[in-house]
Design a protein around this ligand. Structure first.
Ligand code: FMN
Length: 330
């Protein structure tokens, strides 16, 4: 049987399938099911910096009228925020006690701030790594892209200083030069970058003429965005690149590994088809490796990454590739 073990942010993994942060990683029961289904690691549901603050303020609003002085307000706000952190710590502690695979804590943050404190506490409770899920929409026409990037890099710098376990970033793709950003994360010495997060997008219900959201579950062709960028960048950075979004089957896992991904994160397929779909994906990976005579993942990982294929135009200009293949009669 082929050896599908790998490492993820330096952590040993029995296979490259990681359960992405989401509904299935928010309770101990489903975390155990994920381990039983064969997942190599789990990323806990994110704790949202913004939500913690909002809940703190909501608790204040509810308490209005009962509180006569500033210390009282501060106490109510801090207690509500503390309860959320405690719940997260309890989940983390339970997961560390019950699972034998790596458990990664996830923090959704949008500015340099108090979340660094949470990260330190998660590490004290045994988190094997921290994933920062960073999300900012550049919707202010007054702010230059350069300024937003500077803020993000500053946040990464603070995180790296404070976090002494492996650190990964989970990002979107909206940068004018994503390749440059990915290189700059290398300078900040992160251990991995997850390409890409899939954010809810606004949509409109035309009958009700109201705002709604796009569907939560990804489509099975959405993996190509990560495929392109991992193919282009896996030989350019020292940290691990991890594929995410739209990875629903063994074939897309193999494609991402060929492009140079160290591992992949799965969410939608586990929600839609059940956690046991991971078993099918693993069986397909084993089957393919055996068919092609690969005994271990490193024997083929990155085989199609940019460096091995020249100038990378296959990864940047799909149209050009189509023309070339047609010229060769394929
Ligand atoms: C219902 C739902 C909740 C999610 N919650 C989080 C979250 O808390 N933190 C996070 O980083 N990603 C979250 N995600 C994003 C997933 O981790 C994943 O990156 C995304 O769904 C793309 O992967 P997929 O195509 O395998 O679903 C969530 C996704 C879904 C569908």
């Amino acid at each position: 049987m082929a050896d599908v073990s790998t490492t993820y942010l330096g952590l040993p993994l029995k296979n490259p399938l990681v359960a992405a942060s989401g509904p299935l990683t928010s309770s101990l029961d489903s975390l155990k099911q994920l381990e039983d289904a064969g997942l190599g690691a789990v990323v806990l549901k994110s704790i949202f910096e913004e939500q913690i603050e909002l809940n703190g303020f909501a608790a204040l609003e509810r308490a209005e009228g009962f509180l006569g002085h500033t210390e009282g307000y501060e106490f109510v706000k801090a207690t509500s925020m503390e309860q959320q952190i405690d719940a997260y710590l309890a989940l983390l502690e339970g997961a560390k006690r019950s699972l034998s695979i790596p458990v990664i804590a996830s923090i959704n943050c949008y500015r340099d701030g108090t979340w660094l404190d949470y990260a330190r506490r998660f590490i004290a409770f045994g988190a094997d790594a921290i994933e920062l899920n960073y999300y900012v929409v550049g919707a202010d026409p007054e702010t230059e892209g350069r300024e937003l990037e500077k803020q993000f890099l500053q946040l990464v710098r603070s995180a790296r200083k404070a976090i002494d376990v492996p650190l990964s970033l989970k990002i979107g793709c909206s940068y004018s030069s994503l390749a440059n950003m990915l290189r700059r994360f290398d300078e900040e010495e992160v251990d991995g970058v997850v390409l890409f997060n899939r954010f809810y997008a606004p949509d409109v219900d035309i009958e009700l003429m109201k705002m709604t959201q796009t569907r939560m579950i990804s489509g099975k062709d959405e993996y190509t965005l990560a495929l392109r960028w991992i193919g282009l960048m896996s030989e350019e950075v020292r940290y691990d690149l991890i594929g995410a979004t739209g990875i629903h089957c063994g074939d897309s896992v193999i494609k991402l590994l060929l492009a140079g991904a160290k591992a992949v994160q799965l969410c939608s397929v586990l929600l839609k088809e059940g956690v046991d779909s991971a078993k099918t994906i693993l069986a397909d990976l084993h089957g393919w490796m055996e068919k092609h005579g690969f005994e271990e993942i490193e024997a083929f990982r990155g085989k199609l990454a940019k460096t091995y294929k020249g100038d990378g135009s296959e990864w940047t200009r799909a149209q050009y590739l189509k023309t070339m293949l047609e010229a060769q009669g394929n």
